[in-house]
Design a protein around this ligand. Structure first.
Ligand code: BF8
Length: 654
């Protein structure tokens, strides 16, 4: 049962909210108490795209609205609630896709700089993935060096952003049936930027004013995210920084250390974080920290940058989205170093209440009141050292008001799509077949992706109850983003969690393979790993011939970001039921909501759903998984029987 009044279910968070109040720091939880959401904006019915408004279109007064009343419920230009809700929704998808796409573009530029030898400090770490990608893209391998191959790959992928015609290259990775459907419905994206720009044009005053075509374009943009910008980012980051493999670490505010210089790296794009992870081990830098009275340097992550360096280096995670200011409230953080996305401006005010330095590092993300130390990937090591020195110099300024909550949890992360493949099938026959077999025999009921943010409009982390309910019902859960952190803090990401929380079937598989029942697959950008895992399940056979045939479902139960809507839409457009919580942003138009929730299923095989209660939401997903199992004819669990020789002889005799 959700306790609506409780701010968090995480004790470390609760303690720091109390400390913030005592210290007079106004953090997000406090601000959310005083600012209520705009009731018209929350349902998608506020149109602010031109200067004749903003127009607030109210909901119908009674159950039965007369035609005359209906005619009056429009904006100044005559825009209907459908057009307004659809335009707002499409703009959210466009903003999310732009954010992931710009991340992907930045990775590609750095990838090219590394390949050309212009970014010392970085190197290509995953040669196997580089060569696989070269094969996928038709890049000649021969006796060329990795860097030569990488230049070709980088140039091909960079042109995906500005491509004007044709189709994004990674669409070909999807099951054939899905590709055909996209072409048939006219939603196969041409270029990443092109679809975003067209969305801004279509949603400009007086352009596209039919919710059907607006929302169709919404699918097209989102696919340019999942099978475009985000996928490019994940692929190239893996090649540059290493494809994640299982790694042990710890999570929660308790990973901060009383006697060391605490530096938090927060945001999404991991280039600086990667270098900080290395340079913070440099004996010269550690000596410098000691010269200021600290025992060493403690690097921790926040939000998705945390996920990136956790997955690849086992760097501990300090917290998820709603904990960013609370880390400062401990009084023990010398610097919070930020790159892009999900960085609350409130950090600047909170940092002012303590000794913490807020350091912005990206040319695209400045914050008033912060110290800007722009990261230059061409001089990565120097940039990282300068930032570390600034943090170390701040250590002597730490005051007496320090309280680090004594909560941290062990976790295993690093489950890339390739690692799951390997863990299930072994080095020589890496495959998803064992997963498919266990789904077919019913030990695993299905697979769910539970991803996304925190949102102070509901109890922080409470939606991990959904994850518990899913694994209890034998659904293997794949996670990314801040929801992955919620589960990790609750102890769901260690192999022992299978025995404690998972149903018998799922637990038996987890025990046999040695994996947790909840797998951490990385940052939000890495949701493409889930697309690739779903595609691999289709290709391995036995579970239909499209993603929409699989017994799988997705959710972002505490979402807050436009990126979450883009992600949800690309899962829906790829054939997956996707359940969101908190509130639903098109409630103001029943037609638009029905279109997304019902008609989309017929068109795309995947659809949106909304449910606030985590247990009910889990059962919506389970019901969908069971529906798919029935359609596949595997609804009756079929235990696999291991035949001994006597049984085989008996069978042969029959
Ligand atoms: O990209 S889960 S709050 S940190 S948006 Fe942001 Fe949401 Fe966290 Fe990562 Ni994703």
């Amino acid at each position: 049962m959700v306790e609506k009044e409780k701010k968090s279910i995480d004790q470390a968070t609760i303690e720091m909210i109390e400390k913030a109040a005592q210290d007079g720091a106004r953090v997000v939880f406090k601000r959310a108490e005083t600012i209520r959401p705009c009731p018209i904006g929350a349902i998608g019915n506020c149109c602010s795209i031109c200067n004749m408004g903003p127009c607030r279109v109210m909901l119908p007064k009674g159950k039965k609205e007369t035609a005359e009343e209906r005619r009056k419920r429009v904006g100044v230009c005559g825009a209907t609630p459908e057009t307004i809700a659809a335009r707002n929704f499409v703009r959210m998808i466009a903003a999310g896709t732009a954010s992931h796409g710009d991340h992907g573009r930045e990775v590609t530029n750095i990838f090219l700089a590394v390949a050309k030898g212009e970014a010392p400090g970085y190197e290509i770490k995953d040669e196997q993935k580089l060569l696989q990608l070269a094969l996928d893209l038709g890049v000649k391998i021969g006796d060329r060096s990795n860097n030569e191959i990488a230049v070709d790959i980088g140039e091909i992928l960079l042109s995906e952003f500005g491509k004007q015609e044709g189709e994004l290259l990674f669409l070909k990775r999807a099951p054939l049936k899905r590709q055909e459907l996209w072409r048939q419905l006219g939603v196969a994206p041409r270029g990443i930027d092109r679809e975003v720009v067209e969305a801004m044009h279509r949603t400009h005053m007086g352009t596209d004013q039919d919710y059907h075509s607006l929302l169709r374009h919404g699918v097209k943009i989102a696919l340019a995210d999942g099978w475009g910008g985000s996928m490019i980012a994940t692929e190239l980051q893996d090649i540059l920084f290493g494809t994640p493999s299982p790694v042990a670490s710890q999570i929660n505010l308790g990973v901060l250390k009383e006697d060391e210089v605490n530096i938090i790296i927060h945001g999404h794009e991991p280039y600086l974080a990667e270098i900080l992870a290395v340079v913070s081990q440099d004996p010269e830098i550690i000596e410098y920290a000691k010269s200021k009275g600290a025992k060493g340097i403690n690097l921790g992550g926040m939000c998705c940058t945390a996920n990136e360096i956790l997955m690849r280096h086992g760097i501990p995670t300090v917290g998820n989205f709603l904990q960013q200011e609370l880390a400062i409230v401990t009084g023990a953080v010398e610097a919070i170093v930020v790159d892009v996305q999900c960085i609350m401006q409130g950090l600047a005010d909170t940092a002012n209440c303590y000794h913490t330095k807020l350091i912005t590092t990206d040319r695209r993300a400045h914050i008033e009141g912060a110290t800007h130390m722009e990261f230059d990937e061409h001089k990565a090591i120097e940039s990282a050292k300068a930032i570390l020195r600034a943090a170390i110099d701040n250590f002597p300024n730490r005051g007496e008001n320090v309280r680090i909550p004594d909560y941290k949890t062990d976790l295993i992360a690093g489950f890339s799509h390739e690692t799951i493949n390997y863990l299930l099938g072994g080095v020589f026959r890496a495959s998803y077949r064992p997963l498919n077999d266990n789904i077919i025999n019913g030990r695993i009921r299905g697979v769910a992706g539970v991803v996304g943010c925190n949102n102070p409009r509901i109890t922080h982390d409470v939606q991990l109850e959904m994850v518990k309910e899913l694994i209890k019902n034998d659904v293997l859960v794949l996670q990314t983003g801040c929801m992955a952190m919620a589960s990790a803090k609750a102890g769901l990401m260690v192999p022992e969690a299978a025995v404690e929380y998972a149903g018998e079937g799922l637990a038996s598989v987890c025990e046999a393979v040695g994996i947790p029942p909840v797998l951490h697959m990385g940052a939000c950008i890495d949701n493409t790993r889930i697309l690739m895992a779903a595609t691999a399940m289709v290709k391995d056979g036995g579970l239909g011939d499209d993603i929409s045939d699989l017994p799988v479902a997705g959710a972002a139960p505490e979402w807050m970001s436009e990126k979450a809507i883009a992600i949800g839409q690309y899962f829906v457009g790829s054939g997956v039921l996707t359940v969101f919580g908190v509130n639903w942003p098109t409630v103001g138009s029943k037609k638009v909501t029905d279109f997304l929730f019902k008609d989309f299923e017929e068109m795309y095989g995947g659809m949106w759903a909304f449910e606030i209660d985590p247990i009910k939401a889990a059962h919506l997903m389970i019901a969908h998984i069971d529906k798919k199992r029935k359609a596949l004819g595997i609804d009756k669990a079929r235990e696999r029987v291991l035949y001994d020789m006597a049984m085989r002889r008996e069978l042969e005799a029959v």
